[in-house]
Design a protein around this ligand. Structure first.
Ligand SMILES: NC(=O)c1ccc[n+]([C@@H]2O[C@H](COP(=O)([O-])OP(=O)(O)OC[C@H]3O[C@@H](n4cnc5c(N)ncnc54)[C@H](OP(=O)(O)O)[C@@H]3O)[C@@H](O)[C@H]2O)c1
Length: 323
């Protein structure tokens, strides 16, 4: 495993981190399997884990707390997120700071997260949704600085809404936040345009999330893919999205080198972007952990394939189903 600096935090984080949403409540989660997968990742050198109160109302956070306690000899970076007070994902521009992150709500959920982790302090506290207009209202800044000075957490981050990489740039430039979490993968290349340069200039660490586009970039979805009732993927991969996602993934299979898998190509593409500090695939199986973490040793793809994959950029706009 190779490590990169996470912006101005100066932490050395594993290039491949760990996304912990699925194990918090997607159908098909098995806690024993999730715990074994987390431990396997630590054993293979992964040291950055991303969770949120919203992943099972604290369930995923408590699994991460256990992992930290079971590996006291290792530094494991814990990153979590404060949910918006209206519990609506994604954020929308009409939502105010009072709708989503009034100071009392921030404090309440930072405390709840610490209780779930059963730890004294968290490394990175992020906002689970973001609107750049909130920068004009400094109540969240005052509250976060106060909680940080009391040692509740060490660094502050924002997590940007799907397909809105521009909706965080002002905050990145403000110098208030240490990290930004954004969707970046073979399809969603648009953070390269403005967000990444702004992060580089301001030494803001970049956490690339959803490296597999929620699964389509693993090449395993078909036009008939369905999930059990209650699984959120039914509401994301609605027929129009499933069809176009499968078509876009099929086009990639034409350029996949012999001997390489789709997940490997997806991860090594992201590793080719030096601005990214860590990328966080969602994983609940040790086989996925082993396969994905090996991408770091394999390193970025060669220049010819990178150039080819740049052509598969797919710019999308938020829609009623995009969440
Ligand atoms: N608003 C936000 O802040 C926000 C929103 C979304 C996600 N996130 C963060 O980003 C992380 C990653 O996103 P995500 O989990 O939604 O999506 P993702 O990483 O794009 O895809 C996860 C899916 O890929 C599967 N997978 C993983 N490795 C695989 C492999 N080698 N071969 C085949 N399939 C594989 C997983 O299966 P298994 O689960 O069965 O292993 C899971 O179904 C989340 O876990 C979360 O930490 C944050």
């Amino acid at each position: 495993m190779k490590y990169r600096k996470l912006g101005r935090t100066n932490w050395d984080v594993s290039e491949i981190g760990y996304g912990m949403w699925g194990m918090g409540g997607w159908t098909g989660s098995d806690d024993n399997e999730s715990v074994a997968s987390l431990q396997r990742a630590v054993d293979l050198g992964c040291n950055f884990f991303d969770t949120a109160w919203g992943y099972g109302a604290g369930k995923s956070e408590s699994l991460l707390g256990d992992l930290v306690r079971n590996n006291k000899d290792k530094k494991i970076y814990t990153a979590t997120k404060i949910p918006p007070k209206n519990f609506k994902w994604p954020g929308k521009k009409e939502y105010t700071l009072d709708d989503c992150y009034p100071p009392d709500h921030i404090e309440k959920y930072v405390e709840k997260s610490l209780e779930n982790f059963k730890l004294d302090s968290i490394d990175l506290m992020q906002f689970h949704t973001w609107e750049d207009t909130w920068l004009e209202d400094d109540r969240w800044i005052v509250k976060m600085m106060d909680l940080k000075s009391q040692g509740y957490f060490h660094s502050i981050g924002i997590s940007l809404n799907r397909w809105e990489p521009w909706n965080g740039i002002k905050t990145v430039k403000s110098g208030i936040v240490d990290t930004v979490q954004v969707i970046y993968n073979i399809f969603d290349q648009n953070p390269e345009d403005e967000l990444f340069p702004a992060c580089r200039e301001n030494k803001v660490g970049i956490i690339a999330r959803v490296p597999f586009d929620e699964g389509s970039l693993t090449g395993t979805l078909t036009m008939d893919s369905k999930w059990p009732d209650g699984d959120w993927r039914n509401t994301y991969f609605v027929p129009e999205n499933l069809k176009s996602s499968v078509e876009h993934a099929d086009a990639l299979k034409q350029v996949l080198p012999e001997g390489m898998t789709m997940p490997e190509m997806a991860l090594r593409f992201i590793l080719g972007e030096p601005a990214v500090s860590t990328l966080i695939p969602g994983m609940r199986k040790t086989s996925h952990v082993e396969m994905n973490l090996a991408a770091s040793d394999a390193g970025p793809l060669n220049k010819r394939l990178m150039k080819e994959l740049k052509k598969h950029r797919w710019d999308r706009q938020p829609t009623r189903w995009s969440q």
